[in-house]
Design a protein around this ligand. Structure first.
Ligand code: 8YV
Length: 319
């Protein structure tokens, strides 16, 4: 990284970004990597007014408190559940995220996991590669078309998932914290009522304190022995202990998971299950979307440092 210059604002990089974003940022700012030992290891925190972090890493109260000049937290992701919003608000720190630009790719991932799981695409690939096809037939798989799809959380991403599944001649139901009166899909009063109706339950609700374990043991049991569970939201939204027991005992038929508790150090019990498709949090991880997310982060930084309105603020500074 170039040497600090007094004329350029300092931006603390709590999480890294691709070089195509870092290069234009280095033109404008002194980028300072957060040391492994935390903010205490920084030579000076006095003039760090902005930080960039990922959805997975966020910014906790200790980090926010350690940066006395901080005024902006720019999240490289739509989820800001790992940012301590109370601490940010206490210190009048604005928080921005990258909504909309990743909706399509994350919704696509929900469909990809569903099809991969139901049609056993990963098993089929292994079957062909092993040479087994020359003397065996692969077992029959399950359908997605015509099934009942339950969506937990009908926000931007949940709606995009519903629209995609509608193209598969499915029936769509949903549970959402607030009513969605304009939706033509069937609303259910609880996640477990939705699961009892659905063949495939797709979790698209935002992470955070309010949704921890919202797909609980009761909901998983309600999905039933033939049910499939898909999660592209956050690992925290599912009671993972209950899910593992259910997968191990045939309580549900299978799960397609892009997110996990404690990722990337996921529970090793997942690795020996034959009824799961596991993905390393790839929902937004396409070239197009990551470039677009980077552009939104850079637009928020630029707006902040030139005193303009933040393009995608989830929390604004107190006036
Ligand atoms: C990314 C995400 O994994 O947007 C989110 O909330 O979970 C993902 O897009 C991440 O934030 C990229 O750093």
């Amino acid at each position: 990284m170039p040497a600090a210059s007094p004329s350029r604002p300092k931006v603390l990089m709590v999480s890294s970004m691709p070089e195509w974003d870092l290069a234009p940022m280095r033109e404008l700012y002194d980028l300072i990597e957060l040391p492994a030992g935390g903010p205490e290891e920084l030579t000076s925190t006095a003039d760090i007014m902005a930080l960039v972090t990922s959805g997975g890493r966020g910014a906790d109260a200790a980090l926010i408190e350690a940066l006395p000049a901080l005024e902006l937290i720019a999240v490289y992701g739509v989820g800001y559940d790992k940012v301590d919003l109370e601490a940010a608000s206490r210190r009048s720190v604005a928080v921005t995220n990258t909504p909309d630009v990743l909706t399509a790719d994350v919704a696509d991932m929900a469909l990809a996991l569903t099809l991969a799981l139901a049609r056993r695409i990963v098993d089929g690939d292994a079957f062909v590669r092993s040479g087994a096809w020359s003397h065996k037939t692969m077992p029959l798989t399950g359908s997605v078309s015509g099934r009942k799809i339950g969506i937990v959380g009908l926000g931007r991403i949940g709606e995009a998932i519903a629209h995609r599944f509608a193209g598969f001649d499915t029936e769509i139901g949903y549970w959402n914290r607030s009513p969605k009166p304009l939706s033509s899909w069937q609303a259910f009063p609880t996640p477990s009522a939705l699961a009892a109706w659905a063949d495939i339950l797709v979790v698209a609700v935002a992470g955070g304190g309010d949704t921890i374990g919202i797909v609980d043991a009761e909901t998983i049991a309600a999905l039933g022995r033939d049910g499939l569970l898909i999660n592209i939201s956050r690992g925290t939204t599912i009671d993972e202990a209950a899910l593992l027991i259910s997968l191990e005992n045939g309580g549900i038929a299978g799960a397609g998971l892009d997110v996990f508790h404690g990722e990337p150090a996921i529970d090793p019990r997942f690795l020996s299950l034959g009824n799961v498709v596991l993905s390393p949090h790839q929902g937004s991880a396409t070239m197009v979307t990551r470039r677009a997310m980077g552009a939104v982060v850079r637009a928020n930084l630029a707006a902040y440092f030139t005193g303009e309105a933040l393009p995608s603020a989830v929390v604004r500074r107190h006036s």
